[in-house]
Write a protein that binds this ligand. Structure first.
Ligand code: UFG
Length: 324
């Protein structure tokens, strides 16, 4: 297939590109490089442009024929979205609408969309399945849910086939160690823990130790970035036989507290990894764990990285030799 990967130079997008190439697909990356890295996609055609630039999109689709689009472009920091919601709605919603209209004009009828656990807000169940109510508590989650709604309407009106994949906590890196997570500023737990192991960063902080969890710190479901990429490949197959707009929650179905992650990172790295407790971070739910059953049943998706150590080990390989 010929696949357009929007946001392909970013963390999850670049792992997707590698997976697609590995399966013999033809790839074009479209990325504004706001958080992505040219070096992450040095071996594929890269079109630098922004989804908010209609002319850039027109040029992108002109003269190229795509069988499917994967859409990873988004602003994705919860705290920033609370402070500057306009930026999030414009980028994540209006940008996606531009992409969808360009796809419509170019008669591209398959889309895999990067959604998030943040569409659920505060969970009302131990394991979050696809029937769990969606009730986002920040503009980031709301912007993704709005797009999911647009996709449902587009499926009905135009016959667009879509799969929205709601990632829980994407983590790890390709075991080759040459692509990985590189954000500035870095807000995610595992990169911050590993930077601390390397003596980088300003000192690790654990945000809140008074949650109603086993050790008082937040519980998350960490899922390997290559497993996420595999789910996208499965989504392409899934759309072959099915019309409509579909959504899947992607996680390992296992929760780890922040302290358990630090402990696992100590085992993997052999470093002491010091930290301090800090106040709770705004907008953090206490526990977020996916059911993941629907993806297993309908996408035949089974995460290969099912231990937190194996996920951290691949992230550690990357962080020790960061190339960008
Ligand atoms: N944490 C720390 N110290 C850090 C970084 C994080 O204690 O330096 C804690 C957080 O407070 C949280 C946990 O580690 O309890 C995980 O935090 P991350 O920032 O790594 O991930 P989030 O769970 O906040 O984010 C994920 C996705 C978002 C999604 C969000 C939904 O990355 O896209 O879940 O709540 F919006």
């Amino acid at each position: 297939m010929k696949v357009l990967v929007c946001g392909g130079a970013g963390y999850i997008g670049s792992h997707m590109v590698r997976r697609l190439l590995g399966y013999g697909h033809d790839v074009v990356v479209f990325d504004n490089l706001s958080t992505g890295h040219k070096k992450a996609v040095s071996n594929v055609p890269l079109v630098v442009g922004d989804l908010l630039d209609a002319e850039a999109l027109r040029r992108l689709f002109a003269g190229r024929r795509f069988d499917a689009v994967m859409h990873f472009c988004a602003l994705s920091l919860v705290g920033e979205s609370v402070r500057d919601p306009y930026q999030y709605y414009v980028n994540n919603v209006a940008g996606t609408l531009n992409l969808l209209r360009s796809m419509f004009t170019a008669e591209v009828s398959r889309l895999v969309f990067s959604s998030t656990a943040a569409v659920f807000g505060n969970p009302r169940a131990r394991f979050i399945d696809e029937l769990h109510p969606t009730c986002p508590i920040n503009p980031y989650g709301a912007s993704k849910l709005m797009v999911e709604r647009v996709l449902a309407d587009a499926a009905r009106a135009y016959g667009l086939r879509t799969v929205a994949l709601r990632y829980f906590n994407a983590a790890g890196a390709d075991p080759a160690g040459d692509i990985g997570e590189s954000h500035e500023p870095e807000t995610h737990l595992i990169p911050n823990v590993l930077r601390s192991a390397l003596g980088l960063g300003k000192g690790l902080k654990v945000f809140g130790n008074d949650y109603a969890t086993a050790d008082g710190t937040c519980v998350r479901d960490y899922v390997h970035v290559n497993d996420l990429a595999d789910a996208h490949l499965a989504a392409l197959d899934f759309m072959e036989g099915r019309e409509g707009a579909h959504a899947f929650n992607l996680g390992n179905g296992q929760g780890f507290t922040v302290l358990q992650v630090i402990e696992a990172a100590r085992r993997v790295t052999g470093k002491p990894i010091e930290f301090e407790y800090a106040t709770r971070r705004e907008g953090d739910p206490a526990v977020l764990v996916a059911s993941g059953q629907k993806a297993r049943d309908q996408l035949a998706w089974t995460p290969k990285y099912d231990s937190i150590e194996s996920i951290i080990d691949t992230a550690w390989r990357w962080h020790r030799a960061v190339r960008y």
